[in-house]
Design a protein around this ligand. Structure first.
Ligand code: 3AM
Length: 180
């Protein structure tokens, strides 16, 4: 049976994506994200069959949560096995994003999606780094004060992730408005 790899995310507005894209240089051999790939993951769901995907999409339809006002705030990285793996842009304030994450978690729990085990750390992935990637420290230092005008996340998206050789492609499959 075909499966769907799903996650729930927020999509930064175009001006914010443009600001992030403008910062995407300075780490050799980094796999910088394309505009289509830019998002802030609220909740990774993983592989589900079509029936379950429909239940999940329907459950998220009862998401009733306020739009989230935010701004870009700094950059950071995640490491895996002691090596830089992901470079990301941060947002502030984090608590309203975390509150939305918890709400999404609760809705998903109702349709049997296991609760998140990783600590939630809101971030917008800018690049993935393989073994060939160059040093990250200069990039982190250069953008440590990254900031933007305030903006609003006014909807959440259910995305399907299609993994391929050239990186993942993300297709929005449902859109859930947040109230003003
Ligand atoms: O928001 P980003 O791009 O950092 O890393 C994956 C990506 O996050 C993450 O889900 C997003 C869409 O693929 N992801 C992948 N596998 C995961 C897992 N097992 C995961 N997040 C949590 N647990």
């Amino acid at each position: 049976m075909s499966t769907h790899r799903l996650f729930v995310a927020l999509r930064p507005p175009r001006a914010i994506r443009e600001q992030l894209i403008a910062a995407m240089h300075g780490i050799s051999a980094a796999r910088w994200q394309s505009d289509d790939q830019l998002h802030l993951t609220l909740r990774f769901i993983g592989e589900v069959d079509r029936h379950r995907a429909e239940d999940i999409a329907a459950a998220l339809g009862s998401l009733h949560a306020p739009a989230v006002a935010a701004r870009l705030a700094g950059v950071g990285m995640f490491e895996r096995r002691g090596r830089p793996h992901t470079v990301w842009g941060g947002v502030e304030p984090q608590e309203p994003v975390a509150a939305l994450h918890r709400k999404v978690d609760q809705l998903l729990a109702r349709v049997g999606v296991d609760p998140e085990t990783r600590a939630f750390q809101p971030h917008i992935t800018l690049a993935r780094l393989g073994h060939a990637a160059g040093p990250v420290a200069p990039f982190l230092a250069l953008h440590s004060d990254l900031a933007s005008a305030p903006f609003v996340f006014d909807h959440a998206l259910l995305y399907e992730s299609e993994m391929g050789h050239g990186g993942s492609r993300y297709h929005p499959v449902a859109r859930y408005p947040l109230f003003a």
